[in-house]
Design a protein around this ligand. Structure first.
Ligand code: GAR
Length: 211
């Protein structure tokens, strides 16, 4: 059975990682289907993109809601859509603990750096790449990881590296990392759909293909 995937995005998400997952499902590279995209604001470019790709979208805004109410609305939407896997893609909030617990081992996130470096609250987009440049790193990259109840600390599934070039600005570095993000996220979701990811403490073991 193809897995049923939901993607969660924030208000300013472009939706390029979401699109990479949708496209890989449609190509048959991932044995799955993106059945729902949930955004925090209706004007999010990612939601617009999802609509253009004819994927079902919902807006669930955490504004004026308690953490518990927000969690309940997310859970209701995910359960109604019979979701197997939740992919955060440019989702800039901490996912409510009730959702993490209900979908333990079934929520992934992508981060534009080599975790555990350059992660944590407030570390997203430009700030991440600026920090990499300021630190003088010679490599950067991206990380797909399972989500736990804190920012960017869950077990790592896939990482990909890129060089930091002498002339890099945060924009050129971000663009180089983004190419790898799309591939890394598709790879991680594909492995999940194939039942090949096993969480063992802090590590994720990648099992051989089933014959
Ligand atoms: C991506 O670069 C992703 O790694 C980053 O937001 C961007 C979303 O782009 N996420 C974080 O920084 C999370 N801390 P997209 O909307 O084009 O996929």
């Amino acid at each position: 059975m193809p897995i049923r995937i939901a993607v969660l995005v924030s208000g300013h998400s472009r939706g390029s990682n979401m699109q990479a997952i949708i496209d890989a499902c449609r190509r048959g590279e991932i044995d799955g289907q993106v059945v729902l995209v949930i955004g925090t604001r209706s004007e999010a470019p990612a939601l617009q993109r999802a609509r253009e790709s004819r994927v079902h979208t919902r807006v669930i805004s955490p504004r004026n809601l308690s953490e518990e109410e927000y969690a309940q609305r997310l859970l209701h939407a995910l359960e109604e859509a019979k979701v197997d896997l939740v992919c955060l893609a440019g989702y800039m909030r901490l996912l409510p603990a009730a959702v993490v617990q209900a979908y333990a081992g079934r929520v992934m996130n992508i981060h534009p750096a080599l975790l555990p470096l350059f992660g944590g609250k407030g570390m997203y987009g430009e700030r991440v790449h600026q920090a990499v440049l300021e630190t003088g790193m010679k490599v950067s990259g991206c990380t797909v990881h399972f989500v736990d109840e804190q920012y960017d600390t869950g077990p790592i599934i896939v990482q990909r590296c890129v060089p930091v070039e002498e002339e890099d600005t945060w924009e050129t570095l971000a663009a180089r990392v983004l190419v790898q993000e799309h591939q890394a996220y598709v790879q991680a979701v594909k492995l999940f759909a194939e039942g090949r990811l096993r969480i063992e403490g802090r590590r994720v073991r990648i099992l051989p293909p089933k014959s």
